[in-house]
Design a protein around this ligand. Sequence first.
Ligand code: SF4
Length: 259
Amino acid sequence: MGVFLFDKIIFGPVKSRRLGVSLGINLLPVDEKFCNFNCIYCECGWSKDLKAQNIIFHDAELVIETLEMKLDEMKLNNEPLDVITYAGNGEPTLHPKFDLIIEETIRLRNEFFPKAKIAVLSNATTLHNAKKVAALKLIDQNILKLDSAFIDTIKLLNAPQGKYDLNKLIAQFISFEGNLIIQTMFVKGTYNQQTVDNSTDLEVNAWLQLIEKVKPKQVMIYTIARDTPVDTLEKVSIERLNEIAEKVKAFGIEVQVSG
Ligand code: SF4
């Protein structure tokens, strides 16, 4: 199994399969994953017990200064930029100064690349935090994870550390009033002698009911593209992803498929 960790705060710009020309920002440590999920398909490898990790986050000031220098350099070189993307070695919203960093990112984006978007790829576990939600609501690409409508499947696929209340999560999604993108990883295979498949009709129909309720402005559906911690997982076929996409489109919601 290969593990992929970002070794810097800023990475790229890279041509992202989902977002276009993207400048990535990793708010998590550069040598360690830090996430309150432990997805069996995570490209960063297995998560550790959060409480046992002695994490030192990058100073918010350092992140902002580093971003400012990079945007300045890109502008001087006439480089294109579609999106500034918060992702990296774990869950970006766990950074204690996430809200401040987002506010400063908006200021820098407006100064250097006013047409660029700001994206946050999040597992949506910090939506109980009013400050973080307020920051997220200021940006236009909240890409929030929802892999299943069944808690047992979420436990198997995402293994949340701590409480995970699906009903509350859906209410939190609805509070974004459409300013969110739902990201769903479809995957199948086996794990711990159990069958894993969130692309069955039963799974997809229940997930579609939640999509209809939440009314996101877009849904991103994708499948594994790199090595995963569990080597008994398989891609879901592009044909099946396209079938699922058609069902989402029937609600009038835009869909992006990455097979
Ligand atoms: S939420 Fe993202 S970073 Fe966290 S374990 Fe899942 S895939 Fe990895």
